[in-house]
Design a binder for this molecule. Structure first.
Ligand code: NAD
Ligand code: DAU
Length: 336
């Protein structure tokens, strides 16, 4: 089996590539990543010299390149994670979100169709459903009501992927996951940002009243669900993925401060994110019942382990925030 993972140098992608090499050692993983600010080959340094991990620097929107690599590597399946992923960046500059997430995904789908890919796993997000009130949870049939340019672009790509199934009979499975946390997450997202700021004794910016709720899932549990969806999901179906760990932002921030031994006086309430979704919660009954998925991590244990990892790996996050990892790319991976 030869699988193309797009965005394999990002947070979830790099965890997924390593997960696949561990769990499916006979497979070859071809990793197509543009190495935007969020892509980092250092997150994959443990795979250096592994002939079954093939890294290709390139854009999912480059149809010629994508078709060429699908043909050369005889790609059977695609796991599509490459995206612009940060909501705040989409508010500052929406254009690249449409270019990569919508148009890039469509080019990748078209290449997959042309090259006879047997399965296309579209990694979507729970943000397609918009915001919940104080009760209830998203099911796969909840209305799609995206709020931000990021979530609108993900909703578009999610629907275009499903359209390729319905119209062209491409074998597409869509997953919609809640907020991930874990090792190698770029320190612009809530949990790593707060850890890094706390370690530097810098203010911790909490948007609005800090009462927004997210449903957190350990990235390894997400990787497990993605592999199940790839291998056992039904074509044309959508699977919600979520850990049943709803937490208010402010409670997470306080927990992080406790874990790193810093005072709550570092918390600074700041202007709210425009169009900020109030609450997400996932009903994962379908993936549990159909594919037998269950998360292995509890949030408290996973958060403590993640915070410990960031404390122990300052070189990783100092380099990704400084851009120094690009030099690493030039020296270590020039020939790949
Ligand atoms: P990330 O920002 O950490 O990584 C994205 C990766 O995609 C980077 O390596 C980047 O270089 C690459 N990339 C961007 N544009 C590209 C392009 N045009 N061509 C090729 N590569 C490109 O993102 P993440 O948090 O790991 O999210 C991965 C996927 O999972 C995204 O599709 C996201 O929407 C989805 N998702 C994320 C979460 C979450 O909590 N992080 C939850 C649900 C779904
Ligand atoms: O739900 C899945 C989505 O989760 C993914 O599709 C996105 O790619 C991913 O970025 C994430 O989106 P969020 O907007 O929920 O994640 P973020 O870490 O940016 O913010 C989490 C919450 O924390 C949100 O309510 C905003 C708040 N926040 C965030 C930052 C960066 C703050 O209060 N302060 C901050 O500085």
């Amino acid at each position: 089996m030869n699988v193309l993972v797009t965005g394999g140098c990002g947070f979830i992608g790099s965890n997924l590539v390593k997960y696949l090499r561990r769990e499916r050692p006979a497979w070859t993983v071809v990793n197509l990543d543009k190495l935007t600010y969020a892509g980092n080959l250092e997150s994959l340094s443990e795979l250096e010299g592994d002939p079954q991990h093939v890294f290709i620097r390139g854009d999912i929107g480059n149809r010629e390149l994508v078709e060429h690599l699908m043909s050369v590597h005889a790609i059977d399946a695609v796991m599509h994670l490459a995206a612009e992923s940060h909501v705040d960046r989409s508010i500052l500059g929406p254009e690249v979100f449409v270019t990569t997430n919508v148009l890039g995904t469509q080019q990748l789908l078209e290449a997959s169709r042309a090259r006879g890919v047997k399965r296309f796993l579209m990694v979507s997000t729970d943000e397609v459903y918009g915001s919940l009130g104080p009760t209830g949870a998203f099911t796969e049939s909840s209305p799609l009501q995206p709020s931000s340019p990021y979530s609108a672009s993900k909703t578009s790509s999610d629907l275009v992927a499903l359209a390729y199934h319905h119209t062209f009979n491409l074998d597409v499975v869509v997953t919609r996951c809640s907020n991930n946390y874990g090792r190698y997450q770029f320190p612009e997202k809530l949990i790593p940002l707060m850890v890094v700021n706390a370690l530097h004794d810098k203010p911790l910016p909490v948007y609005g009243d800090g009462g927004n709720v997210r449903d957190w899932l350990h990235v390894e549990d997400h990787c497990h669900a993605l592999l199940l969806a790839l291998e056992k999901g039904r074509a044309g179906e959508v699977y919600n993925i979520g850990g049943g760990a709803e937490r208010r932002n402010i409670d997470i921030v306080k927990a992080i401060l406790g874990l790193v031994g810093k005072p709550e006086s570092l918390i600074q309430y700041v202007k709210d994110r425009p169009g900020h979704d109030r609450r997400y919660a996932i009903d994962p009954s379908k993936i549990r019942a159909e594919l037998g998925w269950t998360p292995a991590h509890t949030f408290e244990q996973g958060l403590a382990e993640t915070v410990r990892w960031f404390v122990d790996h300052p070189a990783w996050w100092e380099r990704v925030t400084s851009g120094a990892y690009r030099q690493y790319f030039e020296t270590q991976y020039r020939t790949r």
